[in-house]
Design a protein around this ligand. Sequence first.
Ligand code: NDP
Ligand code: 2IT
Length: 446
Amino acid sequence: MNKYAENVIGMLRKKYPWEKEYIQSVTEVFKSITPVLDSNMEYQKNRILEQLVEPDRSISFRVPWKDDQGMIQINTGHRVEFNNVLGPYKGGLRFHASVTLSIIKCLGFEQIFKNALTGLLIGGGKGGSDFNPRGKSDNEIMNFCQSFMLELSKHIGASTDVPAGDIGVGTREIGYLFGMYRRITKSFEGVLTGKGLAWGGSCLRPEATGYGVVYFAEEMLKNINDSIKGKLVSISGFGNVAWGVVKKINELGGKVITLSGPDGFIHDPDGIVGDKVDYMLAMRLSGNDRVKDYADKYNAAFYPNQRPWVVPCDIAIPCATQNELDLSDAKILVKNDAKYIVEGANLPVTMTGMEFLEKAPVLYAPAKACNAGGVACSCFEMAQNANFMNWTEEEVDTKLHQVMKYIHDQCYDTAVEFNKKGNYVFGANVAGFRRVADAVLDQGMA
Ligand code: NDP
Ligand code: 2IT
């Protein structure tokens, strides 16, 4: 690694020794950008890395709410506004018991470069809470969202910071959050994305992340004269991203044969097609964190407490959460002749898994490049809201396709420029970093 980058990581380790996830994501990006830092001293002279690793501001707050028994519950909320050199802070809200400030900073850091890769005008941010939506009633979810927004509303706005969904936050939660923002501020504006279609949402936003992942994969395969048609695809998760991936893979003639949840995975050799795809949505909305229900209903095999990567496939697409595919999973996939690993979730592959995949005979696409379709569509939603207009499904889909091809080509071309053809991790990190870092230089923050 470049010496300057090493020093900045050392400084982070000293200052925030408990932020392991955050430091991991910074290290991963800094490893890649070594040749750029080596060849351009302007970045070091202007202390660009120090400027990027310290968020513009990070807000943590208490979220009190009442459960259905009338008991007061307390959770912690966060919003990290990382960097707005390319546009309003933009990134999702995650509600999950595992949320900590370190995880939000790690996701927010990734988001800066992901958003930069889209070529659109969006900066980087992320937020969330350790609130666990599993098993909560609709009323409890609403109470929590309203209390969360009571504080968050002081910090966000259509041209300052625009949150969206992530794990545990879908259209229902965005609805409660948006309703409370509107009541507090009297303002009906594009302050959140992922809204319902009837009240300012964009068509295809629910599908956009998953569709984008598959559009990216399609470009990657096309580039070596291959296609999705006839491919066996293993995925993890059964949430929003997984659902979009399944729909688009089916449309392009591939076959998805696995899904997973915290309870284990299912293997359905007939493919997740027809009403099985709708059933994914029903399972998600049921509030049960079980994928076994699918196996019971459709007579598929269920493997408790295991991950789906043992099933032979051509394409593996992790779509659940961070660090869900480790070195041993990566080795099994390669041994079983998987040719493409495409990240639907954010940071799903562990550091050692990544290092192995970068050298393995596979094409490996990192999340910040291939799951950027969600945030890109969020930006389309902001544009529609700013103009009080709605675009058609065809318009949104065409633009989404263009953005994903643009991201693919940037990653590919940047890797070629540095003699690392086919290394999408390198291409994504360098292309994203250069756009942000050069904007910081142009805007004279140093
Ligand atoms: P959902 O909440 O719709 O689904 C998440 C899925 O992952 C659920 O099946 C969930 O089960 C499972 N999951 C969550 N945490 C864990 C865990 N610790 N162990 C095992 N399983 C887990 O979220 P999304 O589909 O929106 O998000 C999935 C991934 O995609 C995340 O990494 C997210 O950051 C990323 N992403 C999402 C975008 C979006 O637009 N929604 C955009 C870009 C990336 P359970 O809840 O029961 O734990
Ligand atoms: O990780 C992500 O890119 C998201 N959760 C979507 C962010 C957004 O603002 O749409």
